[in-house]
Design a protein around this ligand. Structure first.
Ligand code: C2E
Ligand code: MG
Ligand code: MG
Length: 756
């Protein structure tokens, strides 16, 4: 995982963490709002319950009073006692037994008796206050009524009056009136505040005027009606009034003295009276709100701790990640990138542009330096090399230490000379370290480099990393500050050499070396005079490898001796098959490498081959290279002599390709001279005809020495014409026929494959 990915993951984690905190925060806000509204609902509920209770108590009191008065009224009505006789006593008695302020009885005619603390006295109805008169007159109508509150001139206080019809024999005889002061309600309403001390209850008339105001009312200004400020705002009044007229309960809130109050209006059910409950929201829900706030605070605290913890965790993770990254991405000794990080970065940079050079830099014999310097100083040398490389890098370039003394560089330059100069400078500076030290040992470095360039070859990073090792190995072969550039052709060649060397024995065993034949044309007759055996290596997969790719390797490693004898045997077998098929065999030349000629038992093996297949040595021509002839002419001549005596024909191949000298012809006793195709090519292309003259002279000279001439590389009709004119004996080349398999050759030459 690279740094970017780690950062990405970290960011993701932080994002989720922040999201969680936000979600928790929103949840907390909703929770607080929910709790708040629950608290308010609960408080409203409580207000209603408590007001209900007071309504119930007022009603209970009124109905108790009315019950009492109705008892008295029925006593008066059905007693049979006349008003003049005993009403005063009954009234006095009833007055004493109850708590009314005054009691009175009025007959329908308007006369009556009123009992007060001063005793009973006769009084006409119209002598009483209008409130009493209207209550009485309603009672005369058979209704039980309760007046509104009014100021009593009799008792000097605010009172109200009950009016009960007194019925005798089903007819209203008069009206029983009883006044009482408002304290009966005040008793009920005063004293304790409601809502655990935060609420007050008042009584209102149906039009909103205060009938009973709680002593310690919230609003100190004592407005007459609730339809005055601060209770209700103008825009609210109409709605509340409507509800009150319809005897509906209603709620509203108001602000007073920087506090919010909740108000509840509940009809009492008597005279349109209302109980008006006012409650301080803040006070009543103080505990609840406090709890909510504390909960909120705890929540916020927890969130803050989580947030802090997250920040802390993120820092720790970052720090750990950085440390891990350092371990994962960097080399602990030199501080350079490590190999895998280098590869990753180089890969990324190569995606931007493929133009770059990968260099592998190494120190010669570092393991011995380790021993010689000791680990500490060797480490210092590595750090010095790393510092040197680092200071030489340009923008967008990289380096790393893979292990031990293996350094890799990613450079943006792609010019060989430029790179060579830069690397030589690095190597020089790096070597300076040991030159300055007391050991007096000179450190040598070497580099392999591979260039990827759009103008030449573009490689992938993987290819470059493989190729750079190849170049480094090449550079290692020299023992001085050296830079070796990877070369595709060379690499391909080395790869092939490697394949050839690794598979040659197996190929021989598997008979992968095939016999191909190319015709040699007898220029006098124009027919195929003989053929040259040319080897082909056909791999198991059917692909073909040509001699140019493996003969030089075999010549180097000595395998040629095996192959040459093998080919001689193949040729002998081919001739045998021709004879067995009844064909007239033509001679075949076989190429013989220098090494095989000097093999101890060479002649014996060649002789054994012809013997084995029982063919005449005359049918075999041995082609030897002029180079072989030059080196050890005497020994070679001896062998040639024996072979010639045996009947074999000896040909000198590729004459003129190397440092040929005409002198060779006199030193080596050959029967055939094969002129290298370069000769013909030159003669054909030559403007002033010099090469042609040389070719002509060589041919003439050979003729004089009784040596047959074969011209190689005849590719065109002109070539053919020219060599005929020059008097050459044989011609060989694509013009006459390319090398083909022995079977194909046989078919072409004899018209059938025979036993082949
Ligand atoms: P070589 O002995 O000089 O063989 C002639 C080469 O020239 C052959 O290449 C042939 O295919 C090629 N050639 C023939 N006519 C023409 C032409 O008109 N134009 C051109 N451009 N080329 C022509 P090949 O088969 O690839 O063999 C290359 C060389 O490998 C041979 O040169 C020979 O030195 C060596 N060689 C081939 N077979 C054997 C073998 O069995 N043993 C040894 N020791 N060497 C072999
Ligand atoms: Mg040859
Ligand atoms: Mg040749």
């Amino acid at each position: 995982m690279d740094e970017k990915q780690v950062q990405k993951r970290l960011k993701k984690t932080v994002k989720y963490a922040v999201l969680t905190v936000v979600v928790l925060l929103i949840t907390a806000i909703f929770l607080v709002l929910f709790l708040n509204s629950t608290v308010r609902r609960t408080v409203d509920e409580q207000m209603r319950n408590e007001t209900d209770e007071y309504v119930r108590r007022v009603n209970k009191q009124v109905s108790a009073d009315l019950q009492l008065l109705e008892t008295v009224a029925s006593l008066l009505g059905d007693s049979g006692i006349t008003e003049s006789d005993g009403f005063s006593e009954i009234m006095e008695h009833a007055y004493e037994q109850n708590d009314f302020l005054t009691m009175g009885y009025f007959s329908a005619s308007g006369d009556g008796v009123v009992v007060s603390v001063d005793g009973a006295q006769a009084m006409m109805l119209d002598e009483n206050q209008t409130e009493i008169q209207s209550v009485a007159s309603e009672a005369f109508g058979g209704k039980t009524v309760i007046s509104d509150l009014f100021w009593s001139s009799l008792t000097d206080e605010t009172v109200f009056v009950y009016g009960i019809p007194v019925i005798e024999n089903g007819e209203v005889r008069g009206a029983l009136c009883a006044s009482d002061h408002v304290e009966i309600f005040t008793d009920i309403l005063n004293g304790k505040r409601v809502m655990g001390g935060s609420g007050r209850i008042h009584m209102l008339s149906q039009n909103g005027d205060f009938l009973i105001r709680f002593g310690e009312a919230v609003v100190r200004e004592k407005p007459v009606s609730i339809f005055e400020s601060p209770y209700l705002q103008e825009y609210e009044c109409a709605e509340i009034q409507r509800k009150m007229q319809e005897n509906q309960e209603t709620w509203f809130s108001f602000r007073y003295d920087r506090k919010t109050y909740r108000a509840f209006l509940e009809p009492v059910g008597i005279n349109g009276w209302y109980l008006f409950c006012v409650n301080s929201v803040d006070e009543s829900s103080a505990l609840m709100l406090f709890t909510v706030k504390v909960t909120g605070c705890i929540f916020a605290g927890v969130l803050a701790i989580i947030a802090l913890w997250l920040v802390f965790a993120q820092r720790v993770v970052r720090k750990n990640t950085r440390e891990l990254q350092e371990l994962a991405y960097y080399d602990t000794l030199t501080g350079a990138n490590n190999f895998s990080y280098f590869r990753q970065l180089a890969g990324e940079r190569m995606r931007e542009t493929a133009n770059c050079t990968i260099v592998s830099l190494n120190i010669h014999q570092f393991k011995f330096l380790n021993e010689m310097f000791g680990k500490e100083r060797a480490d210092k040398l590595l750090c010095h090399v790393a510092d040197t490389i680092k200071s030489s890098l340009k923008y967008d370039e990289l380096f790393c230490r893979e292990s031990a003394d293996y350094f890799y560089l990613f450079l943006r330059d792609t010019g060989r000379e430029q790179i060579r100069k830069r690397l030589e400078k690095i190597m020089e500076k790096s070597a300076q370290y040991s030159a300055d030290s007391r050991e007096g040992y000179h450190v040598f470095l070497y580099c392999g480099a591979v260039i990827s360039s759009k103008d030449e070859v573009v490689y992938t990073l993987d290819q470059m990393m493989t190729h750079v090792m190849f170049a480094l190995a090449k550079a290692h072969e020299t023992h001085q500050n050296n830079v070796w550039f990877f070369d595709t052709k060379l690499h391909e060649k080395e790869k092939m050499d490697n394949y050839v060397e690794g598979h040659m024995y197996q190929a021989l065993e598997n008979e992968e070396f095939l016999l191909y034949l190319q015709p040699k044309i007898d220029l006098r007759t124009g027919g195929i005079g003989s053929a040259e055996a040319l080897v082909r290596w056909q791999k198991k997969d059917g692909s073909m490898i040509y001699p140019g790719e493996f003969i030089p390797v075999f010549e180097n490693n000595g395998f040629c001796t095996k192959l040459d004898i093998y080919m001689v045997e193949k040729v002998c077998r081919c001739i045998r098959d021709w004879i067995d098929s009844g064909f007239d065999p033509i001679p075949i030349s076989v190429n013989q490498s220098k090494a095989v000629l000097f093999e101890k038992d060479y002649i014996g093996r060649i002789e054994a081959a012809v013997r084995k297949y029982n063919i005449s040595p005359k049918l075999i021509t041995l082609e030897i290279l002029e180079g072989a002839a030059l080196e050890n002419a005497e020994e070679l001549n001896e062998k040639i002599q024996i072979l010639k005596e045996d009947g074999f024909c000896i040909s000198m191949d590729d004459f003129g390709s190397g440092y040929s000298s005409l002198n060779t012809l006199s030193r080596i006793n050959i029967s055939e001279l094969k002129l290298d195709r370069a000769f013909l090519k030159e003669a054909a292309e030559d403007q002033n005809g010099k090469s042609k003259v040389i070719l002509e002279q060589i041919t003439k000279m050979a003729q004089k020495l009784h040596i047959r001439t074969v011209v190689e590389g005849v590719e065109t009709e002109e070539n053919d014409r020219m060599i005929r004119e020059l008097g050459c004996d044989y011609g060989q080349g694509y013009y006459y026929g390319r090398p083909v398999s022995a079977e194909e050759f046989t078919e072409k030459l004899y018209g059938t494959k025979g036993v082949l």
